[in-house]
Design a protein around this ligand. Sequence first.
Ligand code: F6P
Ligand code: MN
Length: 313
Amino acid sequence: MGEPGSTKFQVDLRRHLREQKVERRLIELICEIAEASKYIINSIRTGDLGVAGTSNLYGEEQLELDVLSDRILQKRLKSSGVVSSVVSEENNDIMQFNCENDVCYSVAYDPLDGSSLVDVNLAVGTILSIYQGDNILLPGRQQAAALYILYGPRTTLVYSTGNGVHEFAMNQLMEYTLVKENITIDGVGGIYSPGGQRNLYTSGTEKYVRSLEESGHKLRYSGGFVPDINQVLMKGRGIFMYPHLQGRPQGKLRLLYELNPMAFLIEQAGGAASNGRMPILDIVPEGIDMCSPVFIGCREDVAMAEKFIAAED
Ligand code: F6P
Ligand code: MN
């Protein structure tokens, strides 16, 4: 796509959604989220880096930026008129909003994933999972859409409504314009991104990671889930994992806010996402705070992880 000011035609997000024949209210919702992200960018760039003095459902200390990003999104979703239920990683309850339409959506989101990386100026992101209707506690396969916004050197938005994965970049006018359509990833990759302390890995994961290293995979781990997944999608190869650990059998990442949306995007790109034993998208959530181990990326790499875990002693 051309730079702003050039004569090259740019496809913006709304136009792309229309061309994809996405349901009208879902278009409104995704565009509203894209608007909200502009305010989140501003708070990342200029906001206070201090702690808010509160903690979330997982006992993690909330930063002022977490709370602010949450408020920005919540307000936008509420006023959109197309959202009935909302749940956020930074909030302890499912919120019910007034939806004035015959078609309504529910949203689960992580407003600022990786927020503790802002003070060291690494990339962070917003992750969203969207369902039609007002039930959020559904298997991820039933998502109507999934998207993330990555705040890196550039701001990008990646979405899927179940019809491929598409990347947009924010231009100088703060509009999202199409960069890549129908993104696909290879069957095997040469990159691995391992989360969690290695000395707490169980035997199956440890053997799996060693096999990746022996076959020449390169280590690329930023500590931010959004940039790490974005790397897999945009390079078209790689595997990210945050496995079950000794003393932490469910790993760290949250099913509703982090894993389901990313698993939806990666599957749409031809990859796979597993908890080591079954697809992430088939897990029936037991609660809004459910966590799960994850192995996500190239299909054959994920299948190999499952093999090592099945043989675990
Ligand atoms: O929200 C969780 C998160 O910050 C992710 O962005 C990231 O993948 C993960 O935690 C990193 O965890 P750790 O610091 O344990 O590697
Ligand atoms: Mn997070």
